[in-house]
Design a protein around this ligand. Structure first.
Ligand code: ASP
Length: 417
């Protein structure tokens, strides 16, 4: 699932709700959104076997579900789902074709947990190896360690028989080059949103200046040979570097479960940056006694609340999957003292599965009205369901775009594949 660097462009509704929240405080809004939809039962209440994943895995659920139903291992089933986007050169958020770091090098992160044997494996900052979900499983099975990073992880993968290959597709390389050549003064160096002295950027340039800037970017993209139909996508990526990840959790009819998360992480990140995806307890956590959960979204925020682990512990202490996830989202809000001027630039989605098959998908923001955040599910029927959001509307672009941005850049198709 590809999302912007810190969320989506804000809609008018988001802006108005956000300011409303400032006045009213979070509680009323939390309650309103926690209770939606009206049935109070937004998700399934317990069917096994079942697989849940980020919506970019929906096309890979059928095969994985048959495998699971026929007795396949839960981790192998989950990896069958995430391997699809890892292998897909057109998914620029995971594996082959993932958007690179600021030096133009693709660095991948992944982790997995196998419930029945209570084992875990993880790799961070891996170059040249496409299927890092499988490498994380190899760390779990073939080493006495849990986490390998960087060059050591790559060398381990090669020793395990994984082929080295160039992960930078031509399209991703050209998008990176467009970013490098036009936007290199707006990078990840310097204090971030979490810095106590951070202040919102000054008023964005007038729309007319943006139009001119985008026109120049389009010309530049054409000169770099980016296909016409990809130019606005590329410009969007350059102006607001996206994140993107896939998580999958699987539960069989015996109650065994596993989880896996894999990503190319934040586009144009500093080399060596690891997000939440390879962090056991943040990007993924499975406890055979309780459930399995994973995350996509603003990795730095999720690490700070150990999101997946927090959700599992919440369920262990009696919360439903939905309540457990909403509590984790509120912890992210709390970390910013519920300051909507900052929270509007973040986004986070959790995918939550309990041992009895009950599940939930929750998000900090709803996303666009015609492109809301979704969780994909297969429990005999494959479907995508809209997540329950803590805040109404969509999070904002960072740095902010002017309100009357050119239409081509505010179409959903430009943002999310
Ligand atoms: N959480 C991932 C990261 O921060 C990105 C994402 O989920 O979109 O690397």
């Amino acid at each position: 699932m590809s999302i912007s660097r810190r969320g989506f462009i804000g809609s008018a509704i988001a802006a108005s709700v956000a300011s409303g929240l400032n006045e009213r405080g979070l509680n009323a809004q939390d309650k309103a959104n926690s209770d939606a939809p009206a049935s109070g039962q937004p998700f399934g209440t317990g069917k096994r076997p079942i697989i849940i994943c980020a919506n970019n895995g929906v096309n890979y659920l059928d095969g994985a579900f048959s495998f699971l139903k026929n007795g396949g291992d839960t981790l192998d089933a989950a990896i069958r789902v995430v391997k699809g986007p890892e292998d897909d050169p057109n998914d620029d958020s995971v594996g082959l074709g993932g958007l690179p770091n600021e030096e133009g090098v693709v660095e991948l992160d992944a982790c997995c947990m196998h419930g029945p044997t209570r084992r875990a494996g993880s790799v961070g900052g891996v170059r040249n190896i496409k299927n890092v979900s499988l490498v994380s499983k190899a760390v779990m099975e073939h080493t006495g360690h849990v986490m390998l990073v960087g060059e050591g992880a790559e060398r381990f993968a090669v020793a395990m028989g994984f082929p080295r290959e160039n992960l930078l597709t031509e399209r991703s390389r050209k998008i990176w080059l467009l970013w490098k050549e036009t936007n290199s003064t707006h990078d990840w160096w310097g204090p971030g949103l979490a810095d106590p002295h951070w202040t919102p950027p000054s008023t964005p340039p007038q729309a007319a200046l943006w139009k001119e800037r985008i026109h120049r970017l389009e010309e530049h993209a054409a000169r770099l040979g980016i296909e016409p139909e990809w130019r606005m996508v590329a410009i969007r990526r350059v102006l607001s570097p996206p994140t993107g990840t896939i998580h999958c959790s699987a539960l069989n009819d015996k109650g065994e479960m596993s989880g896996v998360t894999t990503t190319s992480g934040l586009a144009f990140k500093l080399p060596g940056r690891c997000g939440d995806s390879p962090i056991i307890g943040a990007g993924c956590y499975t406890d055979q006694d309780v459930g399995s959960a994973g995350a996509t979204g603003s990795g730095e925020e999720n690490i700070k609340i150990a999101g997946a682990h927090t959700i599992i512990e919440n369920m262990r202490h009696g919360m439903s999957p939905l309540e457990a996830g909403m509590d984790a989202l509120k912890r992210i809000a709390r970390n910013y003292n519920n300051d909507m001027n900052k929270l509007k630039f973040l986004d986070m989605t959790y995918y939550i599965l309990r041992k009895d098959g009950a599940y939930a998908g929750v998000s900090l923001w709803e996303g666009y009205s015609d492109k809301p955040h979704k969780i994909a599910v297969h429990d005999g029927t494959r479907r995508s369901e809209v997540t329950v959001a803590l805040f109404k509307g969509a999070s904002h672009e960072f740095p902010p775009f002017p309100v009357n941005m050119p239409k081509e850049l505010t179409q959903d198709s430009v943002y999310v594949k």
